[in-house]
Design a binder for this molecule. Structure first.
Ligand SMILES: Cc1cc2nc3c(=O)[nH]c(=O)nc-3n(C[C@H](O)[C@H](O)[C@H](O)COP(=O)(O)OP(=O)(O)OC[C@H]3O[C@@H](n4cnc5c(N)ncnc54)[C@H](O)[C@@H]3O)c2cc1C
Ligand SMILES: NC(=O)c1ccc[n+]([C@@H]2O[C@H](COP(=O)([O-])OP(=O)(O)OC[C@H]3O[C@@H](n4cnc5c(N)ncnc54)[C@H](O)[C@@H]3O)[C@@H](O)[C@H]2O)c1
Length: 464
């Protein structure tokens, strides 16, 4: 048994772990990175990258305007593989070794509070970072073991287009995959136990769901799945109340479970529960030398969140500076058509927190000249403002994921709304919707204000 001694040992080479490893080694720390499967983790191999590549191909097929063919599906899957291959070198063992990281390939588990073991090698480190991500949660539905089903880990391996895809779960994974498959020519039924896009602004979610339904996706809400049966090509999903949905393929997309089971956390004195490793705002676990970041830290499941966590703990580990992870400025986007983007407080939470000090402003895409020119008038921006600062923003509509950026900047930096109102934007752009939101706040204050009117009248009397 050999032993490696290092400053920082990162377990998991996905979005979070790779960011820590690259940042820490380039600032002079000795870093060991242990990856048990594929470098790049879920985002590159089974998540963000393949899903957005598939959606891009599906959008192109829809824009073409002719009936999708089986070949379109095969070509789309080839594009998914090519996209992963194009990005993979950036996350590769070779690149990280080139940066000076010692990469060990194998499944790590803790053997003590300051050490972990991988393939017979012990790694002793001053600090550990658990960045092991999450895996699809497969619920214990009756019949689950006897039917073939896909998760995000297998759906991108499909060679042939499914005739009729049944999707259990109307969250971001379920809806993004539903849209991609529908546009590539499959029949699609989404079966959601509660409310689809249930964590998003209800007005915005309603617009997305209406649009998906218009494209021919059957979205059934309030339908808890009770039983699965059938075989490949002829599957049945029975929901509470007895209704049965039939299809050829099945995707399970009902949430995630943290990858903690085989890590030996108890040996390291690291507390954990079903949400993942228990951490404070400083992302430290109950063993102060061990941090957890990204999906496994149970604070949200986004690549940019894992990357943000990485930056926070690098400050603490390398410079001994106090560092806390904020939660109020993390945006999220669901890449449906239209897209739904959000940052900061929801309208409901903002009303609870700020009461009468909150004002809410809504601007429709139809008020934006570029949206009119593009025929993209569906959607709106909703802005929550308190004490002159934006505290939340939801955008649903074309390119909402891009358009949320100025509000992500403003909320992250606690900027005043005047910074957005004072910015001159090129005309005609969709980005004007953000400035119109700010304008809606100020115009009420300026145009409906009797004091302003009085002052203007007075000044006009005296002006030469
Ligand atoms: C279909 C899908 C689409 C998504 N789309 C988006 C999106 O558009 N935008 C977005 O922001 N987020 C998206 N996400 C979420 C995003 O993929 C995750 O939030 C992100 O990958 C989390 O990064 P992480 O570093 O925590 O974990 P991961 O990237 O999953 O990395 C964890 C790594 O740890 C390794 N590992 C696990 N256990 C061990 C062990 N014991 N020893 C060694 N290695 C181990 C795993 O093999 C894996 O490589 C999507 C997810 C899915 C499933
Ligand atoms: N665009 C993005 O950023 C993006 C895309 C995909 C995934 N992700 C991340 O991955 C996470 C996981 O995504 P997800 O869609 O799997 O999970 P989710 O938790 O967001 O949504 C799962 C949905 O399944 C429903 N559900 C649960 N059990 C059910 C049952 N038995 N029958 C029917 N419906 C049931 C829930 O009510 C919920 O609406 C997301 O929350 C997100 O953080 C992000």
């Amino acid at each position: 048994m050999s032993t490696i001694t290092t400053d920082i040992c990162v377990i998991g080479g996905g979005s979070g772990g790779l960011s820590v490893a690259a940042g820490a080694v380039q600032m002079g720390a000795r870093v060991v990175l242990i990856e048990g499967h594929k470098m790049g983790g879920d985002c590159l191999n089974y998540g963000c990258v393949p899903s957005k590549a598939l959606l891009a191909q599906a959008r192109a097929v829809k824009a073409r305007g002719t009936k999708p063919t089986p070949n379109d599906f095969t070509a789309a899957m080839a594009h998914v593989k090519a996209t992963i291959a194009a990005i993979a070198p950036h996350d590769s063992v070779e690149r990280f070794e080139g940066l000076g990281v010692q990469v060990l390939q194998g499944h790590a588990r803790f053997t003590g509070p300051d050490r972990a073991e991988v393939n017979g090698t012990t790694v002793k480190a001053r600090r550990f970072v658990i960045a092991t991500g999450s895996a699809p949660f497969v619920p214990p539905i009756e019949g689950i073991d006897s039917v073939p089903y896909m998760t995000n880990e297998t759906i991108f391996d499909q060679q042939a287009r499914p005739g009729h895809l049944l999707v259990i779960g109307g969250g971001p994974i379920g809806l993004e995959m539903a849209l991609a498959h529908r546009r590539l020519g499959s029949e699609v039924t989404v079966i959601e136990g509660a409310k689809a896009m249930g964590r998003d602004d209800p007005d915005a979610a309603a617009i997305v769901l209406a649009s998906l339904r218009t494209e021919g996706i059957d979205i059934v809400e309030g339908a808890t799945v009770e039983k699965l049966s059938g075989r490949a090509g002829a599957l049945e999903v029975q929901v509470k109340g007895g209704t049965i949905f039939t299809g050829t393929h099945l995707l399970i997309a009902v949430g995630r479970k943290p990858n903690t089971d085989t890590l030996g956390l108890d040996r390291a004195g690291v507390k954990h529960d079903r949400n993942g490793v228990t951490v404070g705002p400083d992302l430290r676990s109950s063993n102060k030398r061990i941090y957890a970041i990204g999906d496994v830290a149970g604070k949200g499941q986004f690549t940019h969140l894992a990357g943000y966590h990485a930056g926070v703990i690098i400050r603490a580990m390398l410079f001994g500076l106090p560092a806390k992870a904020r939660t109020d400025h993390i945006p999220h986007v669901t890449y449906t058509d239209p897209e739904l983007a959000h940052v900061g407080l929801s309208e409901a939470d903002a009303r609870k927190q700020f009461g009468a000090n909150l004002s809410v402003h809504k601007v429709g895409y139809d008020q934006i000249d570029r949206a009119q020119a593009e025929g993209a008038t569906t959607g709106f921006l909703k802005l929550m403002v308190a004490h002159g600062r934006p505290v939340g923003c939801t955008i649903v509509g074309r390119q909402a994921g891009e358009l949320i950026a100025p509000y992500a900047l403003a909320i992250a930096n606690k900027m005043k709304l005047s910074a957005i109102a004072n910015t001159v934007l090129p005309y005609p752009t969709l980005a004007e919707i953000g400035k119109r939101g700010a304008g809606a706040y100020f115009s009420g204050k300026l145009f409906d204000n009797p004091n302003v009117k009085r002052v203007v009248r007075l000044v006009q009397k005296w002006l030469p």
